[in-house]
Write a protein that binds this ligand. Structure first.
Ligand code: DX5
Ligand code: ZN
Length: 231
């Protein structure tokens, strides 16, 4: 819990884990205090990469009690929402830039009884999410171009994190502000300072070093950032 009373969660992104040994990665991340798992679904159309679909989400579901945060980097999110909800996703996060009508996607996901989040590419202004802000469980601010793990954090998105936090606060929403892309020991603190509450960490958890050590260091850095948080 941050001094501001907000719960801060670290969400390891399985995209950076060894796919041949996912069960072990999940077990270790859960034991080491992860607050959720982040699953990056890519369709080769919305982003220039392909990852996995509902089948893998279901396999992960069977291995953990952690909330599953499903990041849909796909066209036609409304069409696929049911499959990911059935697979065990707890929150479905779709992109505002996808072709579907965003308000319709929000309705569709909520009707499935799972959480709904809206993601913004780095260049997408916060204003795009305003029309249905009160219905969201999460606003995801991308801090890299979606499509690949291991990219460099874009600090120019930090004002958008602050804007999201302030606007959600002003309507009394407890929705998470998530930050995704290039989150490391150096960037997690600044994101917390601006009001992010949910931190997607790919390479910084699974590449180089031990999952347990990496998560512990990220936890210290995020708590320190939150201590300095803008209220
Ligand atoms: C990128 C994905 C991210 C990615 C993060 O499109 O949305 O979730 O896995 O990986 P890192 O933390 O390595 O940037
Ligand atoms: Zn992601």
């Amino acid at each position: 819990m941050a001094p501001s009373g907000r719960t801060l969660r670290l969400a390891p992104s399985l995209l950076s884990a060894d796919f041949s040994n996912l069960g072990e990665a999940i077990r270790r991340a859960e034991a080491a205090g992860a607050g959720a798992l982040h699953l990056d679904v890519m369709d080769g159309h919305f982003v220039p990469n392909i990852s996995f679909g509902p089948g893998l989400v279901a396999s992960v579901r069977a291995r953990t009690r952690l909330p599953l945060d499903v990041h849909l980097m796909i066209e036609r999110p409304a069409k696929f929402a049911e499959a990911f909800a059935r697979a065990g996703g707890d929150t479905l996060v779709f992109h505002l830039e996808a072709q579907d009508d965003a308000a319709e996607v929000v309705r569709t996901v909520k009707a499935l009884g799972v959480g709904v989040g809206a993601a913004l590419r780095p260049a997408t202004p916060f204003a795009r999410v305003e029309p249905f802000l009160d219905r969201l469980d999460q606003v995801l601010v991308m801090s890299v171009q979606p499509g690949f793990s291991g990219q460099k954090f874009m600090p120019e998105v930090l004002p958008k994190v602050r804007e999201a936090r302030q606007r959600l606060g002003s309507i009394g929403s407890a929705a998470d502000v998530s930050i995704d892309g290039g989150i490391t020991l150096d960037t997690i603190g600044p994101a917390a300072r601006e009001g992010a509450t949910f931190f997607v960490c790919g390479n910084s958890v699974f590449v180089g070093g031990e999952i347990e050590t990496n998560l512990a260091a990220l936890r210290r850095a995020v708590d320190e950032g939150a201590r300095l948080a803008v209220r």
